[in-house]
Design a protein around this ligand. Sequence first.
Ligand code: PLP
Length: 452
Amino acid sequence: MKKTWQSPVIQKMNGGLMNKFGTRTEYEPVKHIDGVSVQSLIKEYGSPLFVLSERTLRRNYRDAYRAFSTRYPSVQFAWSYKTNYLNAVCRVFHQEGSWAEVVSGFEYQKALGNGVPGPQIIFNGPEKTNEELELAVRNGSLIHIDHFDELFQLLAITDRIPEKPRVAIRVNMDTGVYPVWDRFGFNYENGQAWDALKRIVTSGKMTLTGLHCHIGTFMLSTNAYRQAVKKLADLAWRCKTELNTPLQYLDLGGGFPSTNTLRGSFLPGTDAVPSVDEFAEAITAQLTELGYGTQDTPKLILESGRVLVDDAGYLLSTVVATKRLSDGRRATILDAGVNLLFTSFWYDHTISPAQDFTHHTEDMALFGPLCMNIDVLRQSSNLPLLNRGDQVVIHKTGAYNMTQWMQFIHMRPNVVMIDEEGNTHLIREAETLEYLQQPEKIPAHLQQPEKK
Ligand SMILES: *Cc1c(COP(=O)(O)O)cnc(C)c1O
């Protein structure tokens, strides 16, 4: 087809120049997500609306997996359920080859429901009931022990059932990033971790399979992972030489940052955070320096969450109203609030208009629809003047929002996934009053609404 001629236009470039307020948010409207028009999505599924890009999920997974698997012979990813446990999202990662990493009994059940075999479920977290542990033991799942009380819980279970628990311990350590996350697992420096390992092995009742750590989240230091590798490898070496127990894997957890911009940070996230390649290089180089990566190499497990899913998620929203605050600042009220976008408490999410706009921009506050003072999506963002009915795209909302969202004042909206062919699928229905009230019970004396 012959292209139609269009007259040339001259557009002022702002070249990413920064002033003391940082960079301007957007220069171009975002009218499409993976080729599907924002307007048509909102028309069909309502506003606000969460959108997930299957293409981005798979691309992120493959890029991250390649970063590790080209540098180390045996790599396994385990999808962190709490980061986004919509089944459609989990299944994309499982199809790509990911195991499941869960931190509660219901997440464990979800993983089973998604068809993950027991031995491919990693059960983390500080609270596991006897019933949950027993089920995990029977299924041959990998149980990562968090504290001595859990170790004793497991020992008691081995008296009741024939299956031998497959366990690892979670280790916490000083990696040079402060404050140290020392509330989970056993401490390395004070000898607690080694003590736990000795108890596990000498009990003779469990199979010690590996070592685990998850040193923090949104980590900006690749060196911290080097430190973690050194300390886990030291324990692994001692397990092999002193306890005669070679380990099958080292699990380095998650924590790699997405490219969201932390609140108050001068540089945008895209410029500030190390890439997955840099983390992979630090971790695998350290392993290689320590002599791993040849024969008898323990598997390297990673439990990345946010870096795989954050930029695959969008929140679409519509302008409800605009107003002037008492100090003269412009404010824009959107129909999506912090009850849906929990991460706006620590990120400055990029917000793009979804339609053409004039070149006039202004610093404005962006508020949600909640009747609550804390409902602020952006304290200040330089955007074109938006009007009632205009639509916006909020970027990088895939991690931790679709699990930490709540029905506060407003219910949770539809969630759709755009597949690789550009077809849109509803993957979670908007909630209804009926759904919300279904678990409620009314005591007999309150059945009659009239005054006594
Ligand atoms: C939350 C969590 C993860 C995922 O963390 P991200 O920062 O999202 O990568 C991995 N492992 C454990 C044990 C976790 O609690």
